[in-house]
Every structure is written in C-alpha cells, then in structure tokens.
Design a protein. Structure first.
Lengths: 338, 667
C-alpha cells in the first residue's frame, strides 16, 4: 500500500477513534464533532454557537482532552482585558536583587484555546485574539511571540442573550474557518446525557492524538488533491454569494448585504479537503464542497435589512446557492440529467 | 498491481481514452442525427414546395439537405466536442466516482504542462520522474511533509502534480472506477424525440418524389374576347356591303345604307388583317344596330304620327286589319304578302273599297307629314289594283280551261280563291303556263272566242266577280295570235315569280344583310344556330372546353340533332338547337329559361342562339321597347311621365323587353 494511501487510511482510523473517544463524553452531536474535527484538521479555528447548556464547553474540553495538546481556557467577560488574554510583562526581582521585566504569558499561549462565551468580551479584548488567530503569533510589548503549533481556537458563543454581549466584528468572524451550530439533543440523546451526568463522574477522555499526529494529519489534509472544475465550483459559490455579482441568485440579492470573500473560498476548499480526507479519499468531490458550505459560509454572509426582516437565515441562502450554482458545465449537466 | 503504482498513469490514460472516445462518439452521433433530422425536415419542406411548384426533378435532391444537415451536425459536434475534463466530469457523475476521474485528468494535464516546459528532462517522462521522486522521498517523515505542505499548496498548480503524494492514489482510484465501469453506465443518450424526424422526413421526401405532380394551375385569365381573330373571307358581310347598291327610300336612307356598307367593308378588312374578337363583335353589333334601326325606320321620328294616323285609317277597314298590323310592325314583307292576299281573294268591289281606304290612309299620312308612309301606301294601292287584275285574269283563264287543267292547278286555284296566298297564285300561274302550252291552236281559238263572247255579255265598267270586260277582251285577243300567246306566257311567267313592293324589297335586302351579319358572327365564334344546324352537347369537363358539332338537317328540312363530340375543341360546350319539331332526332336542347325565376335581371338566363329581331347581342346596350320610352299618341293616349322608361325599369330580362315594349306600344 502506498504511504499516502496508508496515511489516509490511518487518518480515517484515527478520526474514528477520536470521535469514539469524544463520544464517551459527549452524547450525540456527531455532526458538531465531525465539523469541529474538519476545522482542526484543516488548520482553522472553529466558532461554536448554541444555547447555554448544550455542552459546547464540554465538547471543546473533551476534544482538547483527546488531543495531547496544551489546553487553555479563556472565560470571556465584559471586564476581560486584552492583556488578560495575551499576557503581560511583569517586573521581577532576581536573586541578585536586580529587577527586570518578565513575560507572563496569557492563556492564548496554548495549543487548544477555548474562548468561552467570546461575545461577552468587549471588541477590544476580542480583537486581542485577531493576531494570534491569523498569524499564529502574538506581539507583546513590541516583541513577537510565535505560538506553538498546532494552534487553534475553539470559541463558543450564546445567540440568545443579547444584553451585555458584543457581537463579533465581521473581520473577526471571518477568521473562524467554521461556524458550527450546536443543536439541542433529541430525546434519546437527552436521556443518555441525563444518565451520564447524574451518576458517578467519569474519568478524563482517552488521549488519542499526539501533537505530531495532529500536524501530520493537517499536512495530509493539504495534500488532498482538488481538480480545477471543483475549484471553479467553489469560486462560483463564493462569487454567487456576493449580491453585487452577476450570477447571484435572487435570494442572495434580496437577503444579503455582503457575501463571502477570498478567505471564505480558501476555507471552503480547505474544509472540503478535510472532509475528503476523513472520508478516506485523496481528492475532493463536489459533494465535499457542498457539505462544508454551510459551516464555512454561514458566518461570512451579512444579511440585509430585508433579509433579516423576512427572517431569512444564512443557511437558507447557502442552500439556495448550492441549488442554483451548477457544479459541472451545462452540457455535462444536461447529459447527466437525461 | 497496487493502486498507487506509477504504471497506473498509463493504465488510467488507456481506460480513460477508451471511455472518453465512446462518450464523444455517442455525443457526436446525437448531434449529427439532430443535424440530419433538421436537414431532412427542411428537405421535406423543400420537396413539398417543389411538388407544389411542380419542380419534379428537384424533389429527390432535397434529400441532400439531410446530408448537409448531418455534415453541419458533424461540424457542430466537432466544435462542441467535450474536452477531457468535461468527459471526466460526466464519467464521475455516471460512475459516482466522487470526481476521482476529473481530478486525475486535471492532475495529468498539469503534469503534461510541466513535462512540456521541462526542456532538460529529455527522454524521461514526467510519470517516470514522479515515480523516481516518489521512491526517493518515501522515507521522508510526516513532519517534513507537513512543514512543506503550505508551500506546496501555494505552488501546486504550477508545480509538477506528480510531486503530490496523493497523485498516484487519485490515479488509482480513478482507474479503478473506470475499470469497473460498464458501457451501460457511461452511455450518453443518442436518440432524441426529434430524431424521429429522420425516417419521417426521409419518407416524406420519398413519397413527395414518388407521387405525381399536381395539375398545372390555370394561367392568367384572358379577358373575354381578347383573342385575335383573323378571317380571310367573311361572306356574310358581303350582304351588308351590297346595301350600298340597294334602292333607297330617299337620299338620307341611301347615305345611311352606304355608311353601313362602308363599316362592313372596314370590318371585313380588319378581319383579314386580324383583330381582337371583342372589337369585331362590337363592330358587328354596331352594324346590326344600324340595320335594325333602318328596318324600323319607316314611320319613325317625325313620321310617327303620320304612320299611326294611317294605321288608324286602315284599321277602319276590317279587310285591311292584318295588313295594318304588319305595317305597324314595320314588317313590310308581310305587309306585301297581306296586300297580295287581299288582291287575290277580294272581289272587285272590296278591292275598290280597300283602295279607297289606302288612298285615305296615304292622304292622312301625307297630311301628318309622313311622306314615306304615304308613298308606301300609294304603291300598295297600285299593286292592289294591278295584282287584283292579274289574279282575276288567272282565275278566269283557269276556269275557261276547265278540264284542261291538271289536278295541281285545280288545287292551286282553289287555294288561291280561298286564301289568296301569293304562293298559290304563283303555282297557278305556273300550271296555267304549262296548260296553255299543251293547247292546240283550235283549242286556243275556241277559248279566245269563248272569252270574247263572255266579254260581249258584260257592260263596260261593270263591277262584280272576276275580271272586267276589257280584261277579258285583252285576254281573248292574246290567245288568238301567236305573239299574244307569247306575251301571255311571259306574263304568266312573271306572275309565277315573287312580287314585292319597293319597301318590301328594301326590307328583304335589310333582312338578308342581317342574316349575313348573323353568319359573320357565327364565323367569328358567336354561336348562331339556325334551321338545319344543331350544336353538339359536349361531354368534357368544365374549363377544358368542348367544341361545336355539325348539326345535320332533318328529313323535313327542319333542325336535326346536334352531333358534336367536341373533345378537342377549345370552345365551351353549348346547348344544341332544334327547329320545328320535325321527325328528326332532337337530341340538341335549348337552355330552359325558368319564368318563375326572373325576379332579378342579373339572374336571368340568356339563351344563346340567334338573337331575336330587334335585340342586340353585341357589346352595345340593347334597346328596350322604344315606344314606351316616348310619349305616345295612339289609342292608349299619352303616356304619363312616370310611365316613360317603365320597361327599362322592370325586372323583365333584357331580351324580352322589346316584345314587352311592343305589347304596350300605343296603337
């Protein structure tokens, strides 16, 4: 067996193990777990949105526990300061009596960062994450400090409580590879959750992936091939999300103010590659792009007043985009449809 | 062989080419068939058009449109030929290969591009180089690959894709998918509903090429009578030309007759040189109008009142009633006959009374300014006297001959005494001449003496039955001598001939001229059936023309059956004509005029045939009863202003209006 093929197989097995390990703690939410894994393997940050008490924080803690990575948690509050996130230089007295500034690293200097309730902090504090998320580095007192790879932020936010929250700026939202919606558990899942959480406490989840394995899987993800027609399809999807573009569907024109940008396209391709890899394929399919389209694009589409007034969600817009943008050239589509 | 074996690249190409060729061929076939269908459909339309336009030779060639369409389809198919990526996407779609084939093709194309630009790598294929690199790089650690991952991503599409460790895996997956494919899975649809046009249109072209062409459309309608007529000789017109030499009633009539003769001569010349039929017909009609006017000219215009006064006078004598009617009708031939009948059958006293009546009528006519009428009446008076004397002499001579007469002569005598007909008179004169020639000199002498003796018994100027004393003496004298005998024979011969008055002769001449015109019209093409001439009834279809047949005279000299087959003639079939109801076979028939249906003039059916006296069949308007259009002075009194032109306004068909006009003519 080819090494690459072996790696692919291994990645698939590992991801299965990872999901099983997470499943020991998290009941249900398989799609959320899957999508979060896409984000991690694609090398991006993930924003989890859901009502309080759905296990978002637990999920992130579990994932972090399954990965042999340094975990940091930042509980975002309105009074949280940027330095509380990044860290600060403090004056230290040495043994010889001399004094000097020493960097006291903040929680951002971890590998798996849980930014809990990120929308509770002020934009100033939220923006402290920007550099780290984009460049995997942090500048403190004029000195740049690189993050240890792998580095990824898993943020949670609560869509219900609006009072005392600060919606994330578009620029920051764009830095999240995926925005995963955490749904309410169904009856079976709820029953299982109740059963698990009201008995004896269970131990920590099994560590499944080492740091190196994570990095290798990330590299493997980028090696997944993608054909030009699929790249073009991703481009068409992104362009069609711009209400000003010619090929924009009617719903996009009506419900959106701004569409996704280049970063959205990149995220779409990377996400699709992750999907393909976890599916055991060395290449991306159209369906992979369609599968990641919602989590990749939903936080990048800015609704218009009309769209908000009509209650049109970005997921609906993305569904209409997938429906209206053809995957293959017209002639091929016709030949396939007959 | 492992799926990631570099040899998979060649294998993939082989398998892909196989399926791609198949897909492309089927797609091209579909487009070619579409082109052929369109071409054949157009060809069928063209064939239908050619059939309609009677371009028989063009019809089979319209099938070539199918070939042209197919060729055009081939060109379009060539231009729209799917590239490898499109074929790969189609195959992926059909095989459910998750775009493995498309990715493999795409990576292969990139590899080709890189191989093409790698000038230094001579004789070494990109695949081989990739395989070598792969073998060398197999020991590289995952971390190292991960570290170069981002850089490779940035330059992947420009770099050799075979450096991508996943390339061969993709190739293997694509090859595997293609190898498992079946023909049914990757079959593109060739036949479309519109391809049914190919056999249908081809069949239509074949059918249209096979069926006979439609009948030729009728050419542009020639205006009636516009055809040229050229006649070297028109004998009928000679009779009209002869009018110039006829003894005229007066100078004005002579001029009119000369003018008519001149017009006839001109028409004759035109016909010799060739003239439009309608023009010749118009000229004929004009001449005919002139003849008709001339026949009706006695007592017309200013002499009208005189004629009617004279007629009124004549009507006072019951013996002259028929003669008056004939004169009123301007039928001067009949007028002559009536007068001769009167001369033959009247007693002397009656003749004297008639003469007196004629004298009074002539006087009245003269007073009323009708000099021509008066002259005609005076001439008739003289003829009455003269013919009466001749008739008496004939009768007396016949009686004297007694048993010496043949049975025919006796019958003629009886007929003459009874009806006074000129025919009987002529026959009697003829038989008497024959009888006299058979007499011996002694018999003639005895006959002369007998007549003398009879004359001696009579008083001079005695009135009564038979000849006068002077006439008998004259007759006896002639019988006595050879010269007298010869003179008598000459007289009898003259009496055996038809005698006419001056007006009668003119009338006869005009009638002959009119008959001549009829013959000319017949020669010109206007059907003019006459006694002894029937016209065959055609059996051809309408519009294709049937000709005239030659009627044979019946046994009794009357009309016989028409016998036309008319299959080749261009003239339309016309109804035949039979005259007199003789024993002949009357197959010819005259079109029936339904008297109940004459409510509208436009619907009135006009019988073709010889025109009735006084009617014009040419292009000039027919004249309706003229008397009803003028203020009458006869027995009916003056016509009211609203009554003038009443006949013209009536619904009576044109050809009957003259009779109607005569019926209402003031007497």
């Amino acid at each position: 067996m080819d090494k690459f093929e072996h790696k692919l197989s291994l990645a698939r097995e590992t991801s299965t193990k990872l999901k099983e390990a997470i499943g020991q703690v998290i009941v249900g939410q398989s799609e959320v777990v899957e999508q979060t894994l896409w984000g991690i393997l694609a090398g991006g940050h993930v924003l989890l949105e859901g009502a309080p008490g759905l296990g978002k924080t637990l999920l992130v803690r579990t994932i972090a526990g399954c990965l042999d990575l340094q975990f940091s948690r930042i509980q975002f509050t309105p009074d949280l300061m940027p330095s509380d996130v990044t860290g600060t230089n403090i004056l230290v007295t040495a043994a010889d009596g001399s004094r000097h500034f020493q960097l006291h690293k903040g929680p951002i200097f971890g590998q798996v960062i849980l930014a809990d309730e990120i929308n509770r902090a002020t934009p100033k504090t939220q923006s402290a994450l920007l550099e780290a998320m984009q460049e995997h580095a942090c500048t403190i007192a004029g000195k740049r400090h690189a993050m240890e790879e792998p580095f990824f932020v898993l943020a949670t936010e609560n869509p219900i409580e609006m009072e005392g929250t600060y919606p994330l700026p578009e620029a920051q939202l764009d830095r999240f590879l995926l925005k995963v919606i955490v749904p309410s558990p169904n009856e079976d899942e709820m029953t299982e959750i109740l059963n698990r959480t009201t008995g004896r406490e269970r131990g920590e989840p099994t560590r499944v992936l080492s740091r190196e394995e994570v990095l290798e899987m990330r590299a493997l993800c980028r090696d997944v091939a993608i054909a030009e027609p699929i790249l073009r399809y991703a481009s068409r999807l992104v362009r069609a999300s711009d209400p000003a573009s010619q090929g924009a569907p009617e719903m996009v024109r009506r419900a959106l103010r701004f569409g996704a940008g280049v970063r959205g396209g990149q995220s779409l391709v990377l996400g699709a590659k992750a999907v393909a890899m976890l599916d055991g394929r060395a290449h991306v399919a159209f369906s992979d792009v369609q599968r990641v389209a919602k989590p990749v694009l939903r936080h990048r589409l800015i609704r218009s007043f009309e769209g908000e007034a009509d209650g049109i969600t970005t997921d609906q817009v993305i569904a209409s985009l997938i429906e209206s943008v053809p995957t293959r050239p017209e002639g091929v589509e016709k030949a396939l449809s007959k | 062989m492992a799926r990631s074996d570099p040899a998979n690249a060649d294998r993939f190409r082989t398998v892909f080419s196989k399926w791609a060729g198949r897909v492309r061929r089927r797609l091209a076939l579909g487009v070619v068939l579409t082109g052929a269908a369109a071409g054949l459909a157009l060809g069928a339309g063209a064939a239908a058009g050619a059939w309609k336009l009677r371009q028989g030779a063009v019809r089979p060639w319209t099938a070539a449109a199918g070939l042209v369409g197919a060729a055009a389809g081939a060109i379009v198919a060539r231009r729209r030929r799917w590239n490898d990526t499109e074929v790969a996407l189609f195959l992926d779609g059909r095989l459910g290969a998750n775009e493995a084939v498309a990715t493999a093709v795409d990576l292969g194309q990139q590899q080709e591009k890189v191989a093409g630009s790698a000038k230094g790598a001579k004789g070494e294929s990109a695949i081989e180089r990739a395989a070598a690199k792969k073998a060398g790089g197999a020991s590289e650690g995952a971390a190292g690959e991960a570290g170069s991952g981002a850089a490779r991503e940035a330059g992947e599409r420009e770099s050799d894709p075979s450096e991508n460790p996943g390339y061969f895996v993709v190739l293997g997956q694509a090859t595997e998918a293609l190898s498992k494919a079946t023909g049914k899975q990757v079959r593109t649809r060739v036949l479309r509903p519109w391809h049914a046009l190919v056999p249908v249109a081809a069949g239509a072209i074949a059918y249209l090429s096979w069926i006979p062409l439609p009948a030729a459309p009728p050419g542009p309608a020639v205006p009636p009578g516009a055809e040229q007529v050229k006649l070297a000789e028109v004998k009928g017109l000679e009779k009209v030309i002869a009018l110039a030499e006829m003894n005229a009633r007066d100078e004005a009539q002579r001029e009119r007759l000369k003018k008519l003769a001149e017009e006839a001569r001109k028409l004759q010349q035109k016909l010799k040189e060739g003239v439009e039929k309608r023009e010749a017909q118009a000229d004929l009609a004009k001449i005919k109008d002139g003849l008709m006017a001339e026949r009706m000219s006695l007592g017309e215009g200013e002499e009208r009142a005189g004629l009617e006064t004279a007629l009124s006078k004549m009507a006072e004598n019951p013996d002259l009633k028929d003669a008056a009617k004939a004169l009123g009708d301007r039928d001067l031939t009949s007028f002559d006959e009536e007068m001769q009948k009167l001369a033959n059958k009247m007693e002397k006293e009656d003749r004297e009374r008639a003469k007196k009546t004629l004298e009074e009528a002539a006087e009245a006519a003269k007073k009323a300014g009708a000099g021509n009428v008066a002259k005609a009446l005076e001439e008739q008076k003289k003829r009455l006297e003269q013919q009466g004397a001749q008739g008496d002499a004939l009768k007396e001579l016949a009686k004297e001959l007694g048993e010496g007469l043949s049975d025919e002569a006796k019958e003629a005598l009886k007929d003459m005494e009874k009806s006074g007909s000129p025919e009987a008179q002529r026959k009697l004169a003829e038989k008497l001449d024959e009888a006299l020639k058979k007499l011996t000199p002694d018999e003639r002498k005895r006959l002369a003496e007998k007549m003398k003796k009879q004359a001696g018994q009579m008083d001079p100027g005695e009135m009564g039955e038979g000849p006068s004393k002077e006439e008998l003496e004259d007759l006896a004298k002639k019988l006595e001598s050879e010269e007298g005998m010869k003179e008598l024979e000459e007289q009898l011969k003259e009496m055996a001939k038809e005698s006419q008055s001056g007006d009668g002769q003119r009338e006869q001449g005009l009638e002959d001229a009119e008959k001549g015109l009829g013959e000319a019209e017949q020669q010109l093409g206007v059907p003019m059936p006459g006694p002894g001439q029937g016209q065959g009834q055609g059996d051809g279809k309408q519009g294709q023309g049937q000709g005239q047949g030659d009627g044979k005279p019946g046994k009794d000299g009357k009309g016989g059956p028409g016998n036309g087959d008319g299959k080749d003639s261009k003239e339309p079939a016309t109804p035949g004509h039979s005259d007199g109801g003789g024993p002949g076979d009357h197959k010819g028939q005259t079109g029936v005029v339904d008297g109940k249906g004459v409510n509208a003039r436009a619907d009135a059916k006009v019988n073709k045939g010889r025109p009735m006296p006084g009617i014009t069949m040419g292009r000039t308007q027919g004249r309706a009863g003229e008397t009803a259009n003028t203020r009458g002075t006869g027995a009916l009194g003056d016509a009211a202003p609203s009554e003038i032109g009443g006949v013209d306004r009536s619904v009576v068909p044109e050809e009957y209006r003259e009779q109607l006009g005569r019926y209402f003519q003031p007497k």
